[in-house]
Design a protein around this ligand. Structure first.
Ligand SMILES: Cc1cc2nc3c(=O)[nH]c(=O)nc-3n(C[C@H](O)[C@H](O)[C@H](O)COP(=O)(O)OP(=O)(O)OC[C@H]3O[C@@H](n4cnc5c(N)ncnc54)[C@H](O)[C@@H]3O)c2cc1C
Length: 304
């Protein structure tokens, strides 16, 4: 175990974590940011962002890269490791990754939210082998093939529109008989010829060998099940926090970390920011704002 004790360990390098890193570093704190994937979090998987001030239109990957470069340019250290366990209740906080252990006087939890799964028995078996939770990341693999998108919100419709430009055919499967997505998106998708709606329906089975080859789809109106041949299945049914291993941190009934307006959790020296906390709005701008507040409060905490 390293003997070094950081002022703050920031968990996750999405917009919340990178902003917290920038504010902590500028305050002169000794910090490390731990990230399991690409820096930028969900922003890196977003096709286009049009509501982040200063950029009327910017690709998600460009914005994520700019945030990471900004943080790096002022010396924010990001290590690429997955956090597997934490012990946050003592004065010195312990964060364990699959490669090492980090000690900190304080912690800012910025793990964000992850895609919800369909919760089918063999779903994990096909992740990366036909099942994806990110159309902009994996869509290009399905050129001229058949894919299905599951969901009825903005992300599902955006994914279906995006994939319709790549795939030969896109099935859009939704459990209700109408979509929740914004009207403008619904109007756009209506004009596309290679998208077929499969409404009032849910995916009940995944079939294939090495890769997924077809899905069983149940019509909730008449209980019939039909088999649809596909090469790829894109799941866009929302996102949720992964807080199971944050022992001792209070979460609400949906698993979001409970915090006050200062981003304080129930544990002294443990702060939270971004999509993982119980907040009325989960956006880039609010994640950045949370990250700035959490960093400022972490600074005040370690100076006390
Ligand atoms: C498809 C899509 C489109 C969107 N479009 C917009 C938009 O146009 N405008 C807008 O404002 N918002 C948009 N959002 C929402 C926005 O991306 C999020 O609100 C924002 O990214 C939240 O930032 P965050 O830092 O809290 O979390 P995230 O961005 O989720 O970052 C969390 C980070 O923590 C890391 N992490 C998680 N667990 C671990 C672990 N165990 N160990 C190490 N690292 C871990 C993750 O890999 C990730 O990088 C969109 C989201 C999606 C999915």
């Amino acid at each position: 175990m390293s003997e070094k004790i950081y002022d703050t360990i920031i968990l996750g390098a999405g917009p919340a974590g990178l902003t917290a890193g920038i504010y902590c570093k500028r305050a002169g704190m000794d910090i490390v940011v731990i990230e399991k994937n690409m820096p930028g979090g969900q922003v890196g998987t977003t096709y286009e962002v049009c509501n982040y001030p200063g950029f009327d239109k910017i690709s998600g990957i460009d914005l994520a890269t700019k945030m990471f470069e900004h943080a790096s340019s002022i010396g924010v250290e990001v290590v690429f490791e997955e956090v597997k366990k934490v012990n946050l209740t003592d004065k010195i906080k312990i964060v364990e990754t699959f490669s090492g252990t980090y000690l900190g006087k304080s912690v800012i939890i910025c793990f964000g939210a992850a895609a919800r799964k369909l919760n089918l028995d063999n779903e994990r078996q096909y992740i990366g082998k036909g099942i994806s939770y990110c159309a902009t990341c994996d869509g290009a693999l399905y050129k001229d093939l058949q894919v299905a998108v599951v969901g009825g919100g903005n992300t599902a419709i955006e994914d279906a529109i995006y994939l319709s430009n790549i795939a030969k055919k896109v099935y859009l499967i939704h459990r209700r008989d109408e979509f929740r997505a914004e009207k403008a998106l619904q109007d756009s998708i209506k004009k596309i010829g290679n998208v077929e709606y499969v409404l009032s329906s849910v995916v009940v089975g995944l079939n294939g060998n090495e890769k997924i080859q077809s899905i069983d789809v149940k019509n909730l109106a008449d209980n019939t099940v039909k088999n649809i041949k596909i090469d790829g299945l894109f799941v866009a049914i929302g996102r949720g926090p992964e807080t199971d291993f944050l022992d001792g941190v209070n979460v609400d009934k949906n698993g979001y970390v409970i915090s006050d307006a200062n981003m304080c959790t129930n544990i002294e020296g443990v702060f939270v920011a971004g999509d993982i906390r119980n907040t009325p709005l989960r956006q880039i701008v609010t994640a950045c704002s949370d990250g700035a507040i959490a960093a400022t409060k972490a600074y005040e905490y370690i100076k006390r």
